[in-house]
Design a protein around this ligand. Structure first.
Ligand code: NAD
Length: 317
């Protein structure tokens, strides 16, 4: 069956790479990208300027393209959400409900919506956090994702909507800038290692957080979207991880490439409080069993990829 795909919030860290992957798989014209802002480089296929909160315009876009798949990426991320909690709640909830309702109305075959490890909280187990456990997120981002998961499962159970979701950990990538999350240090550190050979980290040296290299995240997302529906036991959101790492471990790895690299640590950054409430590592055995999840990038491979690609970028700009 021919696919017509819409990505909402396509100009961000994930959308930039997801659009490339989906276009190379399904063809340029089959993937419509859309965002509230114009893309920084001209889109390789159809693009629509759209605010996901504007239901009428959103509906017109669904009507124009009659999508078979929709990926909703527009959201306010963790650190930015804490600066404007009501706005974060509104975008993360109303945007999702608009898309779920229109997906039912237009009989969209599959919807992808990302959740986050932020759905866990201070009383969730910290190590190898399981799929099902106490969840008491204390950021607006976290509880908007938790409520979003409930809505996704509800639309699946009540309306038969084929919604699929992943609780992404921190995503590490070099093609697009990160959007204001708590794990962004793991991207900034590479940029500054190359430009200044030093970095001041906003998280403490031993703050372990689950992370995933973007190439793995995109591969995993496509694998989930292609998996037979009958294999998917989870319609809220799948735990998923690549590796767990601390700023200190990452800086040790970077020093293997840039021996004079130094790292210092800023105290009392509000993002530390968020990081302290999140898991240090994740148990993603449901994703392994249901759709064959297996990450490819460890800390050595991702450090190598980040430095090589960012260095090439610096040399060509
Ligand atoms: P991002 O902030 O980089 O990109 C979000 C995009 O949405 C931006 O291009 C922005 O312009 C657009 N947008 C904002 N408001 C909009 C609106 N009203 N209408 C239409 N578009 C709008 O975020 P990202 O890192 O690409 O994350 C995408 C999704 O993945 C989010 O739901 C996020 O919560 C989730 N996620 C990301 C990470 C990560 O590490 N990047 C981790 C866990 C979950």
């Amino acid at each position: 069956m021919e696919e017509r795909i819409i990505i909402i919030g396509s100009n961000g860290q994930i959308g930039t790479e997801l659009a490339l992957a989906l276009r190379s798989k399904y063809g340029q014209e089959s993937v419509v990208t859309s965002d509230i802002r114009q893309p920084s480089v001209a889109s390789a296929g159809p693009f629509e300027l759209i605010n996901v909160l504007d239901r009428e315009l959103l509906k017109a876009m669904f009507d124009k393209y009659k999508p078979t798949q929709v990926y909703l990426l527009a959201a306010v991320l963790s650190a930015v959400g804490e600066q404007n909690p009501k706005m974060a709640w509104d975008l993360n909830m109303t945007g999702l409900l608009h898309v779920l309702d229109l997906a039912v109305e237009f009989k969209v075959r599959k919807v992808f919506w990302p959740s986050s490890i932020a759905v866990f909280g201070p009383n969730s187990p910290k190590e190898r956090t399981p799929q099902y456990c106490t969840m008491d997120p204390n950021t607006v981002y976290g509880f908007s994702k938790q409520a979003g998961e409930r809505w996704c499962e509800y639309y699946f159970n009540k309306y038969g909507l084929d919604v699929r979701s992943i609780r992404y950990p921190g995503l590490i990538s070099w093609k697009a800038a990160p959007g204001g999350g708590t794990t962004d240090y793991a991207i900034h550190i590479f940029h500054e290692a190359l430009s200044k050979a030093s970095y001041q980290c906003f998280l403490s040296a031993d703050t372990a957080l689950p992370m995933l290299y973007m190439e793995d995240a995109i591969r995993g997302t496509l694998a989930l979207m292609e998996a037979p529906a009958k294999n998917l036991r989870i319609r809220s959101s799948y735990n998923l991880t690549g590796i767990s790492l601390t700023p200190q471990e990452l800086s040790t790895e970077i020093r293997k490439h840039i021996p004079d690299f130094t790292i210092s640590y800023k105290e009392n950054d509000p993002r530390q409080v968020i990081a302290d409430s999140w898991p240090s590592s994740i148990d993603d055995s449901y994703a392994q069993q249901d759709w064959g999840w297996k990450p490819e990038f460890d800390i050595t491979a991702l450090t190598n990829e980040m430095l090589t690609n960012l260095k090439q970028n610096l040399e060509t700009t």
